[in-house]
Design a protein around this ligand. Sequence first.
Ligand SMILES: *Cc1c(COP(=O)(O)O)cnc(C)c1O
Length: 411
Amino acid sequence: MSLDIPPHAPHPWFGTADDCLLIGGRTITGLAAQAGQTPFYVYDRGVMTRKVEQLRAALPREVHIHYAMKANPMPAVVRHMLGLVDGLDVASVGEMQVALDAGASSSLVSFAGPGKTDAELARAAAAGITVNIESEREIRVLAAIGARTGVRPRVAVRVNPDFELKTSGMKMGGGPKQFGIDAERVPEALESIGTSPLEFQGFHIFSGSQNLRADAIVEAQQKSVALAARLARHAPGPVRTLNIGGGFGIPYFPEERPLDLAPIAANLRELVPQAAQAMPGAQLVLELGRYLVGESGAYVCRVIDRKISRGQVFLVCDGGLHHHLAASGNFGQVIRKNYPVVIGNRIQGEARETASVVGPLCTPLDLLADRMNLARASEGDLVVVLQSGAYGLSSSPRAFLSHPPAVELLV
Ligand SMILES: *Cc1c(COP(=O)(O)O)cnc(C)c1O
């Protein structure tokens, strides 16, 4: 049976059997036994595989798909994704090392992010990955590394575009930003790359994250290709890679619906020949994190105490915001809304009630579900937060209050 989560959208990837949640065909109680503890995260590799397959079936063949590792850097997840996608995008040398350990060829790894230290740039250059340049300083430092070592570091220019991704959960381009080089200063940066011992690879334009509006993504992709075509005239060599970002969102909250890929695919079918004409030989790349792994994961904790305070039911659990900051509403959300939450071992239950799910931390921010309609739960039952495969454990303040760590399973 498929999993219906009123008032949220039905979950398309997980099922139920005997009123128990199934992930990767396994019962949530069996997975808890395998984990040996609560709280734990479980990720379903089959969902990741099908997400990439769905995307490839929709998009033109010419478009490459990269996995943005910061969404979920668990090494086993990265190894699985490496077998599905065309490249990995890392945001630190720590992630770079996980990517290379997973067996990624350095030619398929690119490294973006502000504030790369001299030592980090030297490690990236030594590994032979592409560095997405975020500032004029990074050009100077890498040029000095190239001159010193005799090996030309491979660089792409991250452009801070002169437009914004509309209705994006998190804007990362347009206006004044710490990311990338402002579009109007890119011609000068390209000139200094051309006169330095650097290998020019192409452009990287990433304008934002968690967007569920296809029209906004289409517009950003059109503008990104047009901007790259304009800047390419100043490039010191051919544009080999044109990374036009991603930003594809997944539905988290009751009123949200999945992203419609059809208009995005139709637009890309027009952009592929346009890009080929302006930048012959350029590989078009989309970099996606959340869209590929977010729906595959769940966070599972156990009800320790069923408390009633002045008529309101609180399910006090052994897990909370220290493992899952995003579900508590404190990771970039403007207004707190409930993630899809179910009682994993009694999905419908014998009775329903309105309950709040809270964690063990001494702060009212430690809230996983605020007055949601749930199966009536008892102490020992399993609370499951869905849509938790991206920006979960690694995005949470794990040391806060010194509770035990969560474990992660990939099934
Ligand atoms: C965070 C990030 C991504 C991934 O964003 P998602 O919303 O998870 O797809 C991609 N590229 C860059 C440069 C990023 O910083």
